[in-house]
Write a protein of this length. Structure first.
Length: 301
């Protein structure tokens, strides 16, 4: 059997955790998490980290292993994940990569360009500029410094614009000059499984998931992290809405409503990204036996 990385992905709330554990147990495989927020040890409830029973059922990696106080990105995840996979494939022919963070999955499967670290003072200045002058000021600055990336980026995405400007101002070179977009060859096969269900059912699952987070203490967890709200890791659905509530900008009921709405919007964004991938094989989350049969048939070809 060739060394094969099984990617299990899909929108938030679709049921990746339970499905992937069943598949991993069948193949006696480890799970490498590709969740850019579950990786942080300070964020548990709001990121829906697998519970103790789930974590004990299968060996998981990159779950609550890094701190929100340390800069982390898809480029670093690529390097650390590939090092880990090299060791895991010595023990087993199959490893699962599970999560919904699009850039993290893409980094492992296709590679990502190594970006220089941004200057933290520049990052603070750009955040102040956004707070004082709005996003249009950042757009104009990016258009001047890197017109190529300006023509490609989602101009509504504040984080991507700020990140590009950080690199431009730190290095004195256009952000686009660091983006080769060349696919890297991997020493293992990759099989991608996408999980999805009917839109109404997915929305119900997301709403129930948020309610469960609230029951388990999401508000208390967010309150504990409130003093660190400026950190990039905490610009996350479930936390930033409560931060607005703590600021006095919105009511608690509105914060909860926004968490559900923004979670649904994020799910749509994920699906738009994954549907562009022609290598993705789509299944319902309750089709575990069919997924396992598909994997076995594909690997044996």
């Amino acid at each position: 059997m060739p060394k094969t990385l099984i990617v299990i992905t899909g929108p938030t709330g679709v049921g990746k955790t339970s499905t992937s554990i069943k598949i991993a147990r069948h193949f006696n495989a480890d799970i490498v998490s590709a969740d850019s927020r579950q990786i942080f040890k300070e964020m548990r409830i709001g990121t829906a980290v697998p519970d103790e029973k789930e974590l004990s059922a299968v060996k998981h990696h990159f779950i609550q292993t890094h701190s929100i106080h340390k800069n982390y990105n898809a480029s670093r995840f690529e390097m650390e994940a590939l090092d880990l996979l090299q060791n895991l494939f010595k023990k087993n022919d199959v490893v699962l990569l599970v999560g919904g963070s699009m850039l993290y999955i893409d980094a492992v499967c296709n590679g990502i360009d190594v970006m220089p670290d941004a200057d933290l003072d520049i990052r603070r200045q750009l955040k102040e500029q956004f707070a004082n002058e709005g996003i249009e000021s950042l757009r104009l600055q990016l258009k001047k410094l890197d017109p190529k990336y300006y023509s490609q980026v989602d101009l509504k995405n504040q984080n991507r614009i700020v990140h590009a400007l950080e690199i431009c101002l730190t290095t004195g070179k256009p952000y686009s000059s660091f983006r080769s977009n060349k696919k890297k060859k991997r020493p293992f096969s990759i099989l991608k499984i996408g999980l999805n269900c009917q839109r109404e059912k997915l929305h119900e699952r997301i709403n129930r998931r948020v309610n469960k987070m609230l029951e388990h203490g999401l508000e208390k967890e967010a309150k504990k992290l409130y003093s660190h709200k400026e950190l990039t890791a905490l610009n996350t659905v479930g936390y930033r809405e409560f931060f607005s509530y703590f600021n006095g900008d919105i009511l608690r009921e509105k914060a909860i409503e926004l968490i559900k709405r923004n979670s649904r919007r994020y799910a749509r964004k994920q699906l738009t990204w994954f549907r562009k991938d022609t290598e993705m094989n789509w299944f319902q989350p309750n089709e575990t036996s069919n997924i396992i049969q598909f994997i076995e048939n594909t690997i044996e070809r």
